[in-house]
Design a protein around this ligand. Structure first.
Ligand code: NA7
Length: 538
């Protein structure tokens, strides 16, 4: 039965890192009446849904957390450098409890649509629980990687075994013991999952469409002295990450890879490789993302590592990427990934040499004319990134315009935080903001702070409506594309380029500098300082 319409100052969609922070900020700082709607049964977002074996963060935990609760920064102890999914979820639950956030969150509720009522100057929001809600502000905190990409494989409905997608994994886990398991995909998720599943399964068959350049995570307990020093300098950590390029404490080597001597280069590569994590990707020579020649030197080092690690030279060759520049696809961090292919129970089926997946059969997967018998298939096939979760909200802006129409050839946003035609809608880490090319919590906090300040400024000025102008949006889109156009990123068939989803228009989804998240933050602050330049306020 439909309930009476409820009104809130702000409706927030999603209770992950973003939704938690938006609620805390708008409710406790501005005193707004806020309601968060979340499809899951509790907080967590990404960390609620992605429960596959090996799921953990890829940013160092000391910067993969909220910085607005300074006491918690001091109190919270992470068990390792990259904590596992249950530990991150525990952290988010703790934050929600500590700040009494759940009283303003409604779980097991999916927002199914929302339209902007121009006369009332309100969003009318609908949920799958049959509710009708109105709100002055609509804040999409839906995450960048939350719409599952499940390719339409022929025959899947006939498969007699069990199958799962990594992003919708069963909450009580899956027992792979004595099972013949197939993993489809070799992206960052699969790279985390494969080495874990291989330890349990009787047999593991990995179906690779495109090989990836992996670097070691070097996970483990963090030296207590290092943790102590970081805690003593958290203000410094926060300042540095906010002003950095990628929201991380990684900095480009300020010279060309081509200028360094071979010995010097090898020393630098060894240093980055040994320190693990994103150092090799985000702290490499400054021309790595721009010059194919410089990039080849970095790629070459990684190819040598693969050849050295994988015992069967034919398998090693198939694990080496062939047709895109290093770093232009998301860097997977691995723990014994390449070593896993030395195990007797692990088989690599590479699309280009062994043949692509043709169909799912009753008994497994058929690829390259050969049948692989499986009890369980794990699809690690990723997401309809960035635009997917926003399009799924079925928003109707002014005049009934939709994101499907407006984004037919790729995203069009102003600063990645708002869309012309959709007044009072804010997209936390939306397309064409640094988002996925940064340490997410840093970018989330920047957006939430900016939105909070914006709403506060509107209230002070007696304004009730803000909307990006089409001109400002057009300029931002052109700028995003111009900046990335100078890099090697545009040449890869990555999900950053929308290339993983059949039929999705080829377009770069996030925003890449020129001065990274630090420069982007300054740009957003400048927009605010100039009275929200590029926006129309009413
Ligand atoms: P990704 O990075 O999109 O990886 C998906 C993998 O699945 C990748 O290897 C794909 O190959 C493969 N894939 C996708 N569709 C198919 C089909 N139809 N057939 C065979 N193989 C396919 O997703 P992840 O979940 O690993 O990571 C997403 C992000 O989450 C990650 O970057 C982090 O930011 C967190 P492809 O390379 O497209 O040829």
């Amino acid at each position: 039965m439909a309930s009476a319409t409820q009104h809130f100052d702000a409706v927030v969609i999603g209770a992950g890192f973003s939704g938690i922070h938006v609620l805390k900020s708008l409710r406790d700082k501005l005193g707004l009446k806020v309601r968060v709607y979340e499809a899951g049964s509790t907080v967590g977002g990404t960390w609620y849904w992605n429960r596959y074996p090996g799921a953990r963060c890829d940013s160092d935990a000391y910067i993969y957390c909220f910085t607005w609760d300074k006491q918690l920064l001091q109190e919270w102890e992470w068990s390792e450098r990259y904590p596992k999914q249950p530990e991150i979820l525990r952290y988010l639950e703790h934050v929600a409890a500590r700040h009494d956030l759940k009283r303003d969150m409604q779980f097991n509720t999916r927002v199914t649509g929302a339209e902007f009522d121009e006369d009332a100057n309100l969003w009318r929001v609908h949920t799958d629980q049959g509710e009708d809600i109105t709100a002055r502000y609509l804040i999409a905190a839906v995450g960048s990687l939350s719409t599952t990409n499940m390719p339409r494989f022929e025959g899947l409905d006939q498969f007699r075994g069990k199958w799962y997608h990594t992003s919708q994994f069963p909450h009580d886990g899956v027992d792979f013991t004595n099972k013949r398991v197939g993993v489809v995909g070799t992206g960052a998720t699969a790279v985390q999952a494969i080495s874990e599943i291989a330890q349990q399964a009787k047999q593991l068959v990995v179906f690779q469409r495109t090989a990836n350049y992996c670097v070691p995570a070097r996970n483990g307990r963090v030296d207590p002295e290092v943790t102590k020093a970081r805690k003593a300098d958290y203000d410094g950590v926060v300042k540095r990450t906010r002003e950095s390029f990628f929201g991380q404490e990684h900095y480009f080597i300020p010279k060309s890879a081509l200028e360094a001597t071979p010995e010097e280069r090898e020393r630098e590569f060894d240093r980055m490789w040994d320190s693990g994590g994103f150092a090799f990707w985000l702290g490499n020579y400054q021309d790595m993302f721009f010059s194919q020649e410089a990039n080849d030197l970095c790629a070459d080092y990684l190819k040598r590592k693969i050849r050295r690690t994988v015992k069967d030279p034919a398998v090693a060759e198939r694990l080496i990427p062939k047709d895109y520049a290093y770093g232009t696809k998301r860097q997977p961090l691995d723990t014994n990934y390449y070593e896993t292919f030395n195990k007797d129970n692990v088989l690599l089926v590479d699309a280009s040499t062994d043949g692509a997946i043709e169909a799912i059969t009753e008994n497994g997967i058929r690829a390259g004319g050969r049948d692989y018998e499986l009890d369980i298939i794990v699809f690690a096939t990723g997401f309809d990134a960035m635009t997917g979760p926003l399009k799924a909200l079925n928003l109707k802006g002014r005049g009934g315009c939709t994101l499907d129409e407006q984004w037919a050839d790729g995203p069009h946003t102003y600063l990645g935080i708002s869309v012309a035609g959709f007044p009072n809608l804010f997209t936390i880490t939306g397309p064409q903001s640094p988002s996925v090319l940064s340490n997410m919590p840093v970018s989330i906090e920047q957006h939430v702070e900016w939105v909070t300040d914006c709403i506060e400024a509107m209230h002070k000025a007696g304004k009730t409506r803000i909307e990006a102008t089409p001109e400002a949006q057009q300029q931002w889109v052109a700028h995003v594309n111009e900046v990335v156009g100078a890099t090697l990123m545009v040449g890869a068939n990555s999900w950053y380029m929308s290339a993983n989803i059949p039929g999705k228009a080829r377009a770069f989804l996030p925003y890449l500098g020129p001065e990274g998240v630090g420069g982007y933050r300054r740009k957003c602050d400048e927009v605010a300082a100039k009275g929200y330049e590029g926006f129309e306020l009413a």
